[in-house]
Every structure is written in C-alpha cells, then in structure tokens.
Write a new protein. Structure first.
Length: 136
C-alpha cells in the first residue's frame, strides 16, 4: 500500500474528503498492481481509471469554485492544469512504452507528494471558503 486513507489531511467539506479517499484507494490499487508485477492489461485499466478519476475530481472542484466565485480559482486551477499536463505526458509515454516503472515513479515522486501538499494548502483554503455556501 502506498498510503493509508487515514493519512490524508481532512478539509472542511466532507464531499472533498470522500473524493480524496476514493482517489487514494484507486492510486493504491494501481501502485500495488505495478508493485506485484501484474499483467500490463490490468495496470493499463487501473491507470486509465486513475486518470479519469483525477479529471473528474478536478472538474468537480473547479465547478464549485466557479459557481461561488472563489477568490483563488485561477491559482488553484493552475495547479490542476499542471497535473493534468503531467498525466497527459505520462499517458503518451505509457501508450508508447508500457513501462510500469514510469507510472510507479510518477506516483511516488510527483503525484502523491503534490497531492498531499495540495490538500494541505489549496484544498484546505478552498474547502473552508466553499463550506460557507455548500452543504454536504
């Protein structure tokens, strides 16, 4: 296991916490599949599911931020766009090389550290702001 869901920082909106938990569960499945040397097809399916999950995660946050005119929306969106760009590059590389080590390295060294920091900073502020408008 890469990360226990209990280690994810909590924010003021429970719906965001649930999205983060589901994303970590999926990330753990992908990581374990790679770590245990599972078939490329399984890794491919999990990787695609992870990328789609991240896109939905970011999209739902961005919709709420836009709807309630969150003051730091451009900065928060910029972080999402950066990660989506990285994932797009990783997807291209994956389709070309099917090298699970590249996905594993990205998850461990880039995505997970970024996500933990992003939750503790951007998502914490965003959730606090949105909690004044959104009911869980």
């Amino acid at each position: 296991m890469l990360l226990d869901v209990s280690q994810i920082p909590k924010v003021a909106l429970e719906r965001m916490n649930k999205v983060h938990e589901e994303e970590i569960k999926l990330l753990n499945q992908l990581f374990e599949s790679i770590d245990k040397g599972k078939e490329i097809e399984e890794i491919d399916d999990l990787f695609k599911a992870f990328v789609e999950d991240v896109k939905k995660h970011f999209s739902s946050e961005q919709e709420m931020m836009e709807q309630f005119n969150f003051f730091a929306y451009p900065m928060h969106r910029g972080e999402h766009d950066m990660i989506l760009g990285q994932l797009a590059n990783l997807e291209k590389n994956w389709e070309k090389n099917k090298n699970p080590k590249l996905i594993k390295a990205y998850i461990e060294n880039e995505f997970l550290p970024w996500l933990m920091n992003h939750i503790q900073t951007m998502d914490t502020v965003t959730a606090h702001f949105l909690s004044h408008f959104v009911r869980d």
